[in-house]
Design a protein around this ligand. Structure first.
Ligand code: ADP
Ligand code: MG
Length: 476
């Protein structure tokens, strides 16, 4: 029986869903639509060139496997890329990639369209008294890319930001909207992009401004009858960074003037970088025409950093301040403070302050005492990382082994136990647990849970291990 294009793609999605975490699935697979099935060639439509490149770079092997599973060894995948840009015609174009590497077909990419931003309109404004060189960018020199630790939590936003800083206005991420909860590094990253643009292109005019300040300046300009100057000033920027745009919510006139500035800059190939504490769809009280413009480029979120990144951030901070801390103290901090980076830094500062006030050395005990006060009110959810650490300490295994793919017997069992606790003590999905434990799939995690349950029923000593570990993990 011949399968329909939707049917085939739905089957593919089901497989993909089990192999990537929820966030990645939402970001990279939900927006795809399947458009055509021609024999064994499936055509999918993706929203942008960047999107296509990201899929290719990160998911190509999964896509290949999935397509072959669904369409057989001859299965191939083609992309339609919608150029999501005002200046472009809305014609999708196709890029071919071989769905199978073994059948010898040639990879024939269709020529990319010419740079869409090349047809820029020259700035028609001549502004007396305002010399470009005189604009102070308002950038915080400490918030560099160098100081911004990379992790899974920020990879997309960081790499898109980096791309933008190399070619401001010349990528499809315009605007680049960085969103995420408080203290996750939006402001830092926004400055980092600005600083990097200045390093790469000293002639460009860059301006960082908070939405609050922008709003205040606008109100003042109305009072002083100088709102034209206000608009002209902002329209002069090559790169405009506006922090916390959610603050514009409910401020109609500010939104209105921002809309005009936005359009002007975008049409003339200038770069906009925006941050928000919410995803565009969740910002209430924002005009539709603005929201839809936010979606023209790329919206990239910042997630809560994973353990390695938190440790990295602490080390960077200590190094910058020339302070040394015992390794176990740093790790304990990173294990315990999981909410956001600002809190993590706050905890570190309190700890340093405590120790210098009381003239006590910073030991793990002092850290525990302090942290327990610090996070007393926030119910701590056990994390997969923490479970892995306790299990590894218990069996005296290096954590890297547990996270590796090794099938050594003692590692396999410890890994299964960690999976079991992760399943029973956290809200993580099977796929996510698998990903943290040596890149296994959900079926492996399920199998591990069954094995542990069986062993507990049949092996008293094993059962005793589990009870003891359970206690250790619960009273973290
Ligand atoms: P937001 O604007 O999202 O509320 P900030 O950019 O102000 O957050 O970040 C809060 C603090 O955390 C800052 O001191 C920042 O330098 C630090 N920070 C956040 N993410 C990182 C990271 N990935 N690497 C290093 N420091 C970070
Ligand atoms: Mg901020």
């Amino acid at each position: 029986m011949k399968k329909s294009v939707t049917q085939v793609w739905e089957n593919c999605l089901a497989i993909i869903k089990d192999n990537v975490n929820e966030q990645s699935f939402k970001t990279w697979f939900s927006p795809i639509t399947a458009v055509k099935l021609d024999g064994s060639v499936l055509t999918i439509q993706v929203p942008s060139q960047f999107f296509y490149e990201w899929l290719e770079e990160h998911y190509i092997s999964l896509l290949k496997k999935t397509i072959r599973k669904e369409l057989g060894a001859e299965g191939r995948l083609e992309y339609n890329i919608v150029m999501d840009n005002v200046l472009s015609s809305k014609q999708p174009y196709t890029v071919r990639i071989p769905g199978s590497s073994s059948n010898g077909t040639k990879n024939e990419p269709v020529a990319m369209p010419v740079d869409l931003n090349s047809s820029t309109i020259k700035n028609p404004f001549i502004i007396p008294g305002l010399r470009k060189m005189n604009v102070d960018s308002q950038l915080n020199i400490n918030y560099t890319f160098e100081n911004f630790i990379e992790g899974e939590c920020n990879r997309l936003a960081r790499s898109a930001g980096f791309a933008v800083s190399n070619k401001p206005g010349g990528t499809s991420f315009n605007p680049l909207l960085i969103y995420g909860g408080v203290g996750l590094g939006k402001t830092h990253l926004a400055h980092a992009i600005g600083i990097q643009v200045k390093n790469n292109h000293p002639e460009k005019t860059v301006l960082y401004v908070s939405s609050e300040k922008f709003t205040q300046q606008f109100i003042d300009s109305i009072k002083n009858n100088s709102s034209n100057d206000f608009v002209h000033f902002y329209q002069m920027m090559d790169v405009l960074i506006i922090d916390d745009v959610q603050y514009f919510a409910g401020k109609e006139r500010t939104q209105d003037v921002f809309f005009h500035i936005f359009n002007h800059l975008h049409q003339t190939g200038k770069q906009l970088i925006l941050t928000s504490d919410k995803a565009p769809v969740e910002i209430q009280g924002m005009e539709q025409r603005l929201l839809s413009r936010f979606k023209w480029g790329l919206s990239a979120d910042l997630q809560v950093p994973e353990l390695e990144t938190r440790i990295g951030i602490l080390h960077k901070k200590l190094y910058a301040d020339g302070i040394e801390l015992p390794k176990d103290v740093v790790e304990y901090l990173a294990y315990s403070i999981t909410s956001n980076v600002r809190e993590l830094e706050g905890a570190l500062i309190s700890l340093l302050a405590q120790s210098s006030l009381n003239k006590k050395a910073i030991t793990i005990d002092l850290a525990k005492l302090m942290i327990d006060k610090f996070v007393k009110n926030t119910a701590r959810e056990v994390s997969i990382d923490y479970i892995q650490k306790v299990v590894c300490d218990y069996f005296e295994l290096p954590i890297e082994l547990l996270k590796s793919k090794t099938r050594k017997r003692e590692v396999v069992q410890a890994r299964q136990i960690a999976m079991y606790f992760a399943k029973t003590m956290t809200k993580s999905s099977l796929a996510n647990i698998g990903m943290h434990c040596g890149g296994k799939d959900h079926a492996t995690v399920l199998h591990a849970c069954r094995t542990v349950n069986n062993l507990m029923d049949t092996d008293k000593r094993f059962k005793a291990y589990i009870t003891e570990l359970d206690k250790k993990i619960s009273i973290q």
